[in-house]
Ligand binder design. Structure first.
Ligand code: CTP
Ligand code: CA
Length: 226
């Protein structure tokens, strides 16, 4: 049996999604990163495409293949992610930041491989730009969605983040639930708005989380387009 074609409720809209980790190089062969698999962002991009959107997916290094029908931009560093997102978001209706952006990069990236030295070393790190906050400052009519992983005071912290970054909502998850978040196929998230109102969703596949995320974003988009 064929499953019914999804509603084309995003036809004519551009959706931009970031996914995966960033890599912050210390020297040509070493970097700081995190275990983000990219699965959540790829699911959002594929779901948006299935619903008729024109999709750009900006992704850090992950093992997932390019989804078909989607413009894929491969980046490594947070600075590259920033450049790609600001360019792609220009004419977007919905922007979703699932990327696990490294908060810091090396203050100076060495041009040559650094040999080890005896004893301790100190790394000098400098903060990366906050891409979601930057997109929030030039938000216009765009719907802006973030993700956050918290170990404690999740709703409170996510609401403050959504308010500070001018995001419409943030999907909050916790690193401790088995099979969810980093690397898993499922996700258990709470939708948190900047005013602190929130709604816990059951444990769902990442594709189902993507569906609900886009339901919510599309409703906000229709309202802001009125
Ligand atoms: N984000 C971003 N640019 C950064 C850091 C984060 O765009 N430099 C985005 C993430 O993609 C995510 C959201 O902001 O959608 C929240 O990320 P998170 O790491 O939870 O927020 P931070 O402001 O970095 O706060 P924390 O100190 O808790 O890491
Ligand atoms: Ca962070």
């Amino acid at each position: 049996l064929l499953s019914p074609a999804p509603a084309q409720d995003l036809a004519g809209l551009k959706v931009v999604v970031s996914a995966g980790p960033t890599r912050e190089y210390l020297d040509p062969v070493r970097f700081i990163s995190n275990p983000s698999s990219g699965k959540m962002g790829f699911a959002v991009a594929e779901e948006a495409r299935a619903r008729g959107a024109q999709v750009t997916l900006v992704t850090g290094p992950v093992t997932l293949p390019d989804p078909s029908g989607i413009e894929v931009v491969r980046i490594e560093t947070a600075l590259e992610l920033r450049g790609a997102m600001l360019a792609a978001a220009e004419d977007a209706a919905i922007v979703v930041m699932t990327a696990a952006v490294a908060d810091y990069r090396a203050a100076e990236r060495a041009g040559e491989k650094q040999a080890k030295v005896a004893g301790d070393v100190t790394l000098h790190l400098t903060p990366n730009p906050d891409i979601l906050a930057e997109l929030g400052r030039s938000k216009g009519e765009r719907v802006l969605v973030g993700f956050a992983m918290e170990t404690h005071a999740g709703v409170e912290r996510a609401a403050l983040k959504a308010a500070r970054k001018n995001a419409d909502f943030i999907l909050l998850n916790y690193p401790t639930r088995e099979g969810t978040a980093f690397g898993g196929d499922d996700n258990e998230v709470t939708l948190v708005r900047p005013d602190g109102s929130h709604q816990a969703w059951p444990r769902l596949s990442k594709r189902e989380v993507a569906q609900r995320l886009l339901d919510e974003a599309a409703a906000l988009q229709r309202r802001s387009a009125l």
